[in-house]
Design a protein around this ligand. Structure first.
Ligand code: ADP
Length: 688
């Protein structure tokens, strides 16, 4: 076994690998960039070597620097984690040349999986099922169209060099083929410099089911069951689970054996994942093989009781696999939710900032948190904005899902916009509970996830959620007053009284809460009947009739207990500045408190530029200098982390100058364009 390894990565995966190495008594070397000099992975490792500037192409992606760091520290092996250099054949070869063990597959296996059509040819020969289609060398449009006509529509055109869903086009009929073919080729050429295409049957309701495989260099191979990763947004996984729901033992064995066949076809060693599309009728088709540890590997660890990083280290050191297929069993059910700094309501735009508050659920055998950040750390523009992976386990899917909802309710992050509420809403939909899931899950359940008011919700908003949020605000204000009174010289001063006892008028508060950008005026009156005190809450808003609700309630920390119409219920509240989020059984309701505007609430960002939210490439400039634009009008489109992000106008205004053109690489934080808001000119005249 190695005595020292270098981890050529950062964030949660670097920390995750260090934990196992420590457990095994192996010394660890971290690497870091400027932005990461104080990062958690650097603190956890025994040694750390500086690589370079913050952008990863100047640090984590520079193979020569990583290898030099390993040589300098005497590390015998390099674990690449995922992303960065993990699937880079040239890096793997360079390690070999320097006599450093690459903790991953042989270079030939990485190369074999590099092209979609080459990978398919290999798998076809190995009798692994493929989506029916054509992936040959003849690139004549007629040949591809004939193949499409023969298998029937819809079909999917894919760039063989593709990735991240680029160069992919659905074609729904024979008549559309020519146009779709030309468009997919254009996109492939501009994205990959290669417009070779393949065509395959388009499955309309597939699931993404992947198999974890492991091979050693003593001819042993096992599969550690499957993960269902169908819940995706723009081909990025959001929540993964293991085992996959409604999976028969027969299908599990068949897919597992196919995955092993795929791995053996390319002489695989180490941890790999074979991704399949699973169709409604139980047929499954090879999609691709990832030749590294996956982000979602913890769900497999939770149900199998195995440490996959330990397996990787053992196999890389030449040992045999720790278990045989017969010794591996599934125990219970696990979910993983990826907690991201991003704004789901703005097309999942990555967010940055300081984690002012980071309060996680308590870890136990049911809850695991893999993270690379601490409270106070910065989510920078330079790297993937994943904050943590929340993994839960219980003995079955239903119980595990309850654990997931509870843990998400308890996760508190302030300072950075996150997807926690989005994940909670998703995990509490009926469709997710019932495992009514395919790769179109988020689009199909958009309204339920994003709480677009339907009738029932609309009504409950006025009779339930708005009154609870308002009552919470008033009760927490009363608590604060009491606390202050206790500290003051005269705790019995009448100015500190917070009960309903008033001589002439009811004790009343008024406030404005906005939900989905619509404002509601709320009056809360404290009243007394017989000896009981209660609150009368009156809600008015544009286009709605006035609602009045009588209720009683109390708060205890983040918990608010409210009785409305004899129905007593509890909710968890997260209150951060003017944002109030109410976690209920079927999702979270987020309100913002609108404070009276005395002129201080003006956005002081009215002038100046708009900056790139992350490192990326400019893919489209939609405006010209001098152009008058309206609030939310798309200005430019950037691509990063396999996704396109539209940068929109923050208000009505004028684009003064644009600093980049299509195709330019842009570092996160750089100003993209100069923008003058028309709000700035009317600053003192426009008072709301
Ligand atoms: P990329 O490498 O660009 O990410 P993949 O081939 O891995 O492309 O496919 C990405 C996603 O596209 C899959 O997870 C699946 O959701 C969808 N997809 C791919 N092939 C098909 C197909 N034949 N039918 C339906 N959906 C597909």
């Amino acid at each position: 076994m190695f005595s020292k390894i270098l981890i050529a990565n950062r964030g949660e995966i670097a920390c995750r690998i260090i934990k196992t190495a420590k457990k095994m008594g192996i010394l660890t070397v971290a690497v870091y960039s400027d932005a990461d000099k104080d990062a958690l992975h650097v603190h956890m490792a025994d040694e750390a070597v500086y690589l370079g500037a913050s952008p990863s192409r100047e640090s984590y992606l520079v193979a020569t620097k990583v290898i030099a760091a390993a040589k300098k520290t005497g590390a015998q092996a390099i674990h690449p984690g995922y992303g960065f250099l993990s699937e880079n054949a040239a890096f793997c070869r360079a390690c070999e040349q320097e006599n450093i063990t690459f903790i991953g597959p042989p270079v030939e296996a990485i190369e074999a999986m590099g092209s979609k059509s080459a990978a398919k040819n290999i798998m076809e020969k190995a009798n692994v099922p493929l989506v029916p289609g054509y992936h040959g060398d003849d690139q004549n449009e007629h040949t591809l169209k004939q193949a499409a006509d023969a298998m029937g529509y819809p079909v999917l055109l894919k760039a063989t060099a593709g990735g991240g869903g680029k160069g992919m086009r659905q074609v729904w009929s024979e008549q559309e083929f020519s146009e779709g073919f030309a468009a997919a080729k254009r996109e492939a050429m501009s994205s990959f410099g290669d417009d070779t295409m393949l065509v395959e049957k388009y499955l309309t309701q597939p699931r993404h089911v992947e198999i974890q495989v492991f091979c050693d260099n003593h001819q042993n191979a096992v599969y550690l069951f499957e993960r269902d990763c169908s819940v995706q947004r723009r081909h990025q996984k959001v929540i993964e689970e293991a085992p996959a729901f409604s999976m028969s033992e027969f299908l599990r064995t068949k897919m597992g054996e196919s995955a092993i066949k795929s791995a053996q076809a390319i002489g695989y060693q180490g941890a790999g994942t074979v991704e399949f599309l699973l169709d409604v009728d139980g047929s499954f088709y090879f999609m691709e093989m990832n030749t590294r540890l996956q982000v979602e590997h913890p769900v497999t660890e939770m149900i199998s009781g195995q440490d996959l990083v330990e397996w990787q280290l053992r196999v890389a050191a030449g040992e045999t696999l720790p278990k045989t297929q017969l010794e591996l069993t599934i125990n219970g059910h696990a979910f993983e939710a990826r907690i991201y700094a991003e704004d789901p309501s703005n097309d999942f735009l990555p967010a940055t900032g300081q984690l002012n508050l980071l309060k996680t659920p308590i870890e136990s055998k049911h809850v695991r948190i893999d993270t690379g950040v601490r409270q106070g750390d910065e989510v920078s523009v330079f790297y993937d904005p994943m904050i943590a992976k929340l993994i839960v386990w219980d003995e079955n899917r239903e119980k595990a899902l309850q654990r997931l909802a509870k843990a998400l309710r308890e996760y508190r992050i302030n300072g950075v916009t996150t997807n926690i509420e989005f994940l909670y809403n998703l995990a509490t939909t009926d469709a997710f509970k019932n495992a009514d899931i395919d790769t179109g899950f988020i689009e199909k359940n958009h309204n339920a996830i994003f709480h677009q008011a339907n009738d029932k919700q609309g009504n409950e908003l006025f009779t339930k959620q708005l009154p609870i949020a308002a009552l919470y605000l008033v009760l927490s204000l009363a608590n604060k007053t009491k606390e202050q009174a206790a500290l003051s010289n005269d705790p019995h001063s009448p100015w500190h009284i917070t009960n309903a006892w008033r001589l002439n008028e009811p004790h009343s508060h008024s406030l404005i809460l906005a939900y989905n950008d619509i404002e509601y005026a709320i009056i809360i009156e404290q009243k007394r009947q017989a000896s009981a005190s209660y609150y009368q809450i009156t809600i008015t808003g544009e286009g709605i009739s006035t609602h009045t609700v009588d209720c009683q309630g109390e708060i205890n920390g983040e918990k608010v207990t409210v009785t409305i119409d004899g129905h007593r219920s509890q909710s968890i509240i997260s209150h951060n500045n003017n944002n109030i989020s109410l976690y209920q059984e079927h999702g979270v309701f987020s309100f913002s408190q609108i404070l009276p505007d005395h002129g201080q609430n003006q956005d002081d960002d009215n002038h100046g530029g708009l900056t790139a939210p992350m490192n990326g490439t400019m893919v489209s400039v939609l405006v010209t200098p001098g152009e008058q634009v309206t609030k939310d009008q798309p200005l430019v489109i950037m691509e990063a982390m396999k996704m396109e992000h539209t940068i929109k106008a923050p208000s009505d205004g004028v684009v003064d100058e644009i600093y980049f053109s299509t195709g330019d690489m842009v570092d996160g934080g750089t100003e993209l364009l100069a923008f003058s808001s028309s709000l700035a000119q009317t600053e003192n005249t426009e008072v709301k």
